[in-house]
Unconditional design. Sequence first.
Length: 342
Amino acid sequence: MPSSTASSTMPTASSSTESPSADGPPGAPARLTPTRGPERQSTRPQTATPPPAGINRIARLVSVGTGGWLHSEWAAGFIGIRKLEARLGTRLLTRTTRSVSLTDAGEAYAAACRDILERVEEAERAASAEYRAPRGELTVTGSTTFGRRYLTPIALDFLGAYPDIVLNLRLSDRVLDLHQEHVDVGVRLGPLPDSALVARRVGEIRRVIVASPEYLARRGTPQAPSDLARHDCLEYLGSRSYFWDTFEEGIAEALRPRLRIDAAEPLVDAAMAGAGIGSFFSFHVAAAVRTGQLVPVLRGFEPLPLPAHLVYLGGGPLPLKVRAFLDFTAPRLKAALEADLV
């Protein structure tokens, strides 16, 4: 599927404000680091020039983060990393009589360096034409409900297919900056303004207004968005303008919300219980609509569907682990989203 240059969600990828995401208005921590397995021994003569001292120091620092630095290696490694600290002007390691650990600055620096070293390994593999299966640590982000419904099942299948991958799945309704927070792949919903991100479209979602049959029998079915002013409405806390104004400008101010919740799933439960009319993403309510527990209303007033993309950082060779995840996930996510278009 062709890729296009794009950005995170409605706000830019670096924004920490809410924007259209899978759980609501669109829309941590330390990265876990896998312990590296034994490297394959080559039978070819070792004629390559040793890596520069700076690379050795970075590799030693990353080794501390992975727990792979033996105490016996401390003396040689300490000198090299102290030189690195002097050049950077900051402390990277904390050493006690029993342990060696990274400072906060060291954690951030090691995470960035780990990405660089993985790219170097990938480039060497490509240059030497050696086959190597995808391996290493992969971080993927999406919103909470979207992640539970789609990303988690796909991730489990992906781990079964790629046993050398360690996957960090960060589910949050806050839009994460892929570069700043060392995220490899993100799910974004909505139009994507230009940025340094590359996007692969995987489908679309709709915004729908629903209510239970019992509520509609009791209060009547709205025929136009203006009728909602006479109904009890359910509101995603903090997202009134996004979920309601998209149906008709100014409708949000006229609504009479009886219940506000800051999570999609309990709000869907409230709608099924007959508490009022709610506006949701289609995948939030697909199962309930199929079983007749919720009924879509105002179908002729729905806004255009929102595109769904997998996004990742551009500007260099795509790591094998990222390429494998994109190729594995894209067709599965596309099929799942199509099935949930109600």
